[in-house]
Design a protein around this ligand. Structure first.
Ligand code: HEM
Length: 275
């Protein structure tokens, strides 16, 4: 394979490119520095294992980009799909572990999934903080009718939530426990309780990502504009309100309402020593 660079016609070698440009200088190793991003030849073990030539060819070449901020937009979305792929792999594992009664192993998978979600949220921030409204308007012109609603990773995550719930419920049934029991006697059911809280953490972070993304949309195209699919951005509000495991959240209101309400509505005593 010939050495190629994103900003240079395929087949042109580094030295050819260097000699054709007045500002090229050899570096300390005698190699010429050529502007643009080197895709490399894929000959080293590092490149072979990571498939860097293929990976780095997946982005629109800079000379074809409609905006200098397009690489950030495209890379962020591509990277998000990869992180969602890892989340799906780990969630499949979590289901397997729940089905095998390996509760702590399932919790371990959820920890990684949640850290991936933190990374996804940071990526939303990258766009919010670094893509200007005017540049995004240019990027939109090359997106066709594309929508995040078509994200394969995201849609699979939505599909997987009921499967997680099914495995968790089956595990509780095998142990003869109810959700209520693992919350009221959390110490006596610490493993199941920790797993239930891992599900809540996962749900919470997914919910936060949706809210975070909605804030990004409000900041970039506004809440009164239509999406490229012609949908009102308000469709996102419905997703923001959706929770994967409402049973685990509803229980909190039940337990709170049942708890002793001696303090409820009563002002605290004036004299603190009276407590
Ligand atoms: C300039 C930045 C962005 C804008 C203006 C934007 C805009 C939108 C809009 C308007 C929707 C509503 C559906 C539709 O398109 O009709 C949507 C949905 C979505 N977008 Fe984005 N988006 C941006 C960045 C991102 C990023 C970085 C991701 C990361 C993967 C992403 C993933 C999604 C997903 C998964 C949905 C479906 C959400 C749901 O159903 O709750 N978007 N986006």
């Amino acid at each position: 394979m010939s050495e190629s660079f994103l900003n240079q016609p395929e087949g042109a070698s580094a030295s050819q490119a260097a000699s054709s440009h007045p500002s090229r200088h050899p570096d300390v190793t005698g190699r010429y520095y050529v502007p643009g991003f080197p895709i490399g030849e894929g000959k080293t073990d590092y490149e072979k294992y990571l498939k860097t030539p293929e990976l780095l060819s997946l982005q629109t070449p800079l000379e074809q980009a409609v905006s200098p901020e397009e690489p950030l937009f495209q890379l962020t979305h591509q990277a998000s799909e990869l992180w969602m792929k890892l989340m799906l792999i780990e969630l499949e594992r979590a289901i397997g572990f729940m089905d095998e009664d390996k509760i702590l192993m399932a919790c371990r998978c959820f920890r990684l999934v949640d850290d991936c979600q933190m990374v996804l949220m940071m990526q939303v921030d990258l766009i919010a903080r670094h893509i200007s409204i005017v540049e995004y308007a240019k990027i939109r012109t090359v997106l066709g009718q594309g929508s995040g609603m078509e994200s394969p990773g995201f849609n699979r995550l939505l599909e997987m939530a009921p499967c997680l719930w099914e495995s968790f419920s089956a595990l509780l049934a095998r142990r003869g426990k109810t959700i209520r029991e693992i919350y009221t006697d959390y110490e006596g059911n610490i493993e199941l309780h920790t797993l239930a809280e891992a599900l809540v953490d996962y749900d919470d972070l997914f919910h936060k990502w949706r809210a975070h993304h909605f804030a990004l949309v409000a900041r970039t195209i506004g809440t009164e504009a239509n999406s490229l699919k012609g949908l009102s951005t308000q469709v996102l509000q419905k997703g923001v309100k959706t929770r994967f495991f409402p049973e685990l959240l509803d229980l909190r209101s039940v337990l709170t309402n049942e708890s002793p309400v001696a303090y409820g509505g009563q002002p605290l005593p004036q004299d603190e020593s009276a407590r």
